[in-house]
Write a protein that binds this ligand. Structure first.
Ligand code: RIB
Length: 295
């Protein structure tokens, strides 16, 4: 079936720094490189590289044609991405320390200028069995989730960057919520319920270098997978890689344990590479990596 992704598209600017700048500190970067990113674009690329059929929904500015060419070259359908001449493509400034950790500032640009009519048009051919995935870097998320549900689609929401108000609004229209462990605790606290009592059918919690856990909150079934140990070069986009891989594998009907294994394998491999969309591994690379560390 098909995966539709209402998601951000950013120009990512990476600055390698010896440490994160302190208050009032001016710091010289050791290098500066650019590439394609945005939580949405990264997830679309992860779905495509995991073998999924993905249609990206979003908007870029008039100068953002290169992002669409790049997405296309990585197997993503971009025919539903609008060119919004009145705005500029979103971008992210990413500070990266030698241990592979990051701090990110984003400017939404056209990611928050998406028209409801474009979302409706993009979902016109979608139906039961198809999936809508979304994150928190665009507008129209609630509208898209409601529209997808009305069409019988499954809705997967990665609540990143985390915003408790957005999660509250989205949850009634979501089948699977994907968060990291800090965010999971924040949602539960904000709603005043235990993690396992969140009002959503499935919950996927990433735990960084420790792996990930999936919960079926209706049946109480839980599955946890450890993350392979790797030398971290750049963690940026690892969560997006995880989410995209998990969705693509679920879409193919693989058992949840296998979806988790592929998703942690792909995100661990991503962490060993610098960059975002372009650094996301293919399914063949992920399988080879898992085989290598398994044997
Ligand atoms: O999750 C990583 C992404 O967050 C980067 O690609 C950056 O664009 C920001 O959206």
């Amino acid at each position: 079936m098909a995966i539709y992704n209402l998601g951000s598209i950013n120009a990512d600017w990476f600055y390698k720094v010896p440490h994160f700048p302190a208050d009032g500190e001016t710091l010289a970067a050791e290098s500066c490189t650019g590439g394609l990113g945005g939580k949405g674009a990264n997830q679309s690329v992860a779905v495509a590289r995991a073998g999924g059929n993905v249609h990206h929904i979003g908007a870029v500015g008039g100068e953002g044609g290169w992002t669409l060419e790049r997405l296309k070259s990585m197997g993503v359908d971009v025919s539903r991405v609008a060119i919004e001449g009145a705005g500029s493509t979103g971008h992210a400034l990413i500070f990266l320390t030698p241990d592979g950790e990051n701090r990110i500032v984003i400017h939404a640009g056209t990611n928050r200028m998406i028209a409801e009519a474009d979302v409706s048009a993009a979902l016109e051919r979608a139906g039961p069995g198809d999936m809508l995935i979304l994150q928190n870097e665009t507008n129209c998320t609630v509208f898209a989730a409601k529209s997808a549900r009305a069409r019988g689609m499954r809705v997967v929401y990665s609540a990143a960057p985390f915003d408790v108000g957005a999660v509250r609004e989205m949850l009634p229209h979501v089948d699977l919520l994907a968060v990291n462990e800090i965010e999971a605790a924040q949602v539960a606290e904000a709603l005043g319920v235990a993690l396992t009592a969140l009002p959503v059918r499935e919950l996927l919690v990433t735990q960084g270098a420790r792996g990930a856990t999936w919960f079926d909150l209706k049946t109480g079934e839980t599955l946890a997978v450890p993350a392979p140990k790797v030398a971290s070069v750049d963690t940026t986009g690892a969560g997006d890689t995880f989410a995209g891989y998990f969705c693509a594998a679920r879409d193919r009907g693989l058992p949840v344990a296998e979806c988790l294994e592929l998703a942690v394998g792909a995100s661990a491999l991503k962490v060993t590479r610098a960059g975002t969309s372009e650094a996301i591994p293919t399914l063949a690379e992920t399988r080879a990596f898992l085989e290598e560390i398994g044997g």
